[in-house]
Design a protein around this ligand. Structure first.
Ligand code: PXG
Length: 293
């Protein structure tokens, strides 16, 4: 990693302390914008095409016209990694609605802003992958797709932050979020899976969850490895009575959950399927991704 952190903002690279956008940007004033969190492994950007496609879809869903082509945004991500000498780390790509006035209407925001930050990443301590996470269920329900669709990875993350505050207060590393109907949706920054009698279950996207890129990758790898994977609705009861539960996300990769609200899941340790899939996933990350250099 280079000494100085250089941040891309609208066509130029700035020193970390000089990388700024306007206080009139609707990204700040209203959380109006979209973002991606992307992982870099051994000089390759993992699932870059999928992240670029997802941010363009999210932008489209909120009528935000990204003023560049996909290949240009792809190059911004790669160049930001190069400028910062990143071989392993994390990229935050942000598109805001841009400079506007104090009214809500995006009609007053002529030009979206594009920001790209490449940094190192804070990971869970390695022992958590053996002991598993002790997760709590948040009283905050996940946004309904008909109100703010969780498929849009928007700059408005208050729903998740409110759940994370509850987890922090209880000393838990993640919070499980339910739908308004009390079905399992996802965690604040991770998708949820359980193992039931040898089958792998995960909630379907239409329930109102983020279409996680790690989630899709794990489903694909699990099917290739011979597991039966079902996208189906389930409740906290199914988590508590499951053989194993794990979360997937860009930062966490694939990590066991061994307690929910103080109740032990399975053996209370990371289970065999979870450990196997983590190994398969980590092997996959070693050989896949867009080369930076
Ligand atoms: N659900 C939500 C609500 C998320 O925000 C995931 C699931 C997992 O998706 P991916 O595509 O990463 O497999 C996310 C992703 C952070 C951070 O800084 C959060 C995410 C990703 C990277 C970093 O907390 N959330």
């Amino acid at each position: 990693m280079a000494d100085k952190q250089l941040v891309y903002v609208d066509g130029s690279f700035f020193d970390k302390m000089d990388a700024k956008i306007s206080v009139f940007d609707h990204g700040l004033l209203y959380g109006d914008g979209v973002f991606e969190g992307i992982r870099v492994y051994d000089g390759r950007v993992f699932k870059l095409k999928e992240h670029i496609d997802r941010i363009f879809n999210a932008a489209k869903a909120i009528s935000l016209n990204i003023p560049l082509q996909k290949d240009e945004v792809t190059e911004i991500v790669l160049e930001t990694c190069r400028k910062n000498g990143i071989s392993d780390g994390y990229v935050r790509l942000v598109v805001t609605r841009g400079f506007g006035d104090l009214g809500l209407s995006p009609l007053k925001c002529p030009k979206p802003s594009i920001i790209c930050i490449a940094a190192t990443i804070a990971l869970y301590p390695p022992e958590f992958y053996h002991t598993g996470l002790k997760v709590i269920t948040s009283t905050v329900r996940r946004n309904k797709a008909t109100i703010i669709d969780p498929q849009v990875k928007s700059l408005n993350y208050l729903n998740n932050i409110l759940a994370r505050i509850e987890a922090d207060r209880l000393g838990a590393p993640e919070a499980l979020m339910l739908t308004e109907d009390g079905l399992v949706a996802e965690c604040t920054g991770d998708n949820v899976f359980i193992i039931v009698k040898g089958e792998i279950w995960t909630p379907p996207i239409h329930m109102g969850i983020l279409d996680g890129i790690t989630r899709s990758t794990v489903i694909e790898l699990a099917v290739e490895s011979g597991y039966t994977v079902k996208e189906k609705e389930f409740t906290a009861f199914n988590i508590l009575t499951s053989d194993e539960c794990f979360l997937t996300g860009t930062a966490a990769e694939l990590i066991a959950v061994t307690e929910l609200d103080g109740k032990v899941i399975g053996t209370g340790k990371a289970g065999a399927v979870t450990r196997h899939l983590l190994e398969v996933f980590q092997n996959y990350t070693k050989t896949n991704g867009e080369k930076i250099y």
